[in-house]
Design a protein around this ligand. Sequence first.
Ligand code: SAH
Length: 395
Amino acid sequence: MMFGVSALIVYDSGVMAALMRVYGEGYKDFLEAIRRPGSRLYARVNTLLISVDEIVERLRSRGVEVYRDEQLAEAIYFPIQGPFQVEELDKRIVVDKYAAESIYMGANVYAPGVISCEGVSKGDEVIVVAEDGTPLANAIAVVDCEDIAVRRVRRGVVAETTRSVYRAPKIRELPEYVNGYLYPQSLPAMYVTHVLDPKPGELVIDTCAAPGGKTSHIIEYTGGRSYVIAFDHSKKRLEEMRENLRRLHEDSLAEIWQADSRYLHIDFSWLKADKIVVDPPCSSLGVRPKIIDRKSYTDVETLSKYQLQFLKSAIKVLKPGGVLVYSTCTVTVEENEEIIEKIAEMEKCIDVVEIPCERCSRGVPGFRYSQMFARFHPHIHDTTGYFIAKIVKRC
Ligand code: SAH
């Protein structure tokens, strides 16, 4: 049976049971929280290129509201405003999932995201909605719908957003982003590199690296003085990663290799890393805001098998004394606590060690290493839902 959290967020009974296992009755608060953004939009400052004070000053001088994070020195955030009421209008543009989530946050409407726009002419005021009718924004059309419909207009802005439900600076349109000074990244994701604590001279491997959020953080954290190998199996995502590293002026500071990271111990058996990050594909239940999502328990099961494979291989290419950090942007115990418990049972030479945790919770109680983990909960910590575990290889 499928449960409609909203018309476009649909989880089956297995996923709902998995959420209850984590949150009990609190699962309702969790589901409510992931449908809206948190109150802060975070970005990391590329400290290889600019100081945090300098960038804050530049942004503020143009009237952008921005603050330094209270704890992480390289983190800045933009307050997210909203929710605002958008006006119900006769003319409407219906957009797809990916467009919906960014328009909801204030982005303009681009041609590829449009599903329908019947009767809309250039200059019209419109309401932009998701496929289930969820209002996202009001906008002014800058082209005729006909031109979009017959694909005369294939790319570029088709409507300029005037009022969206939530509002935050469009980081990717800031000159600071274009110049490589900023990388949009959630606060919990930034903690991963701090937990890993890579040092200059060390060999650091990122097994599921694209589009490069953690890889670039590792490079910056070590001042570009560690040896970084970033693996991913997706050619398209590796291209995106190369583009990101170029923008950050870090493309000469990491090796980017295409590989199936479930088999690193076979294909790259000569590798012996000091530090490894495993940030595998996951059910992404912690990612917000969500307008559209559809997951079944089979997805969770398939992903958890995959995640264990990445870990098994990574442990084999880790040096004795080396550190591995495992992270996901999801909340199920199947993809988090249980994965670590399984690997600890299989590998006799590893210790699961405690992560300092001031702004997060511990793991779901009842697991052997619950007290070692860091968990971030959307409805409690006002962040993305996130899990981090740290493993040390003894021998
Ligand atoms: N660590 C990244 C995000 C990783 S998302 C960041 O911080 O920016 C998970 C990644 O795993 C995706 O890029 C996906 O292409 C990759 N992936 C999936 N299966 C893989 C496999 N078998 N081998 C290597 N990478 C894989």
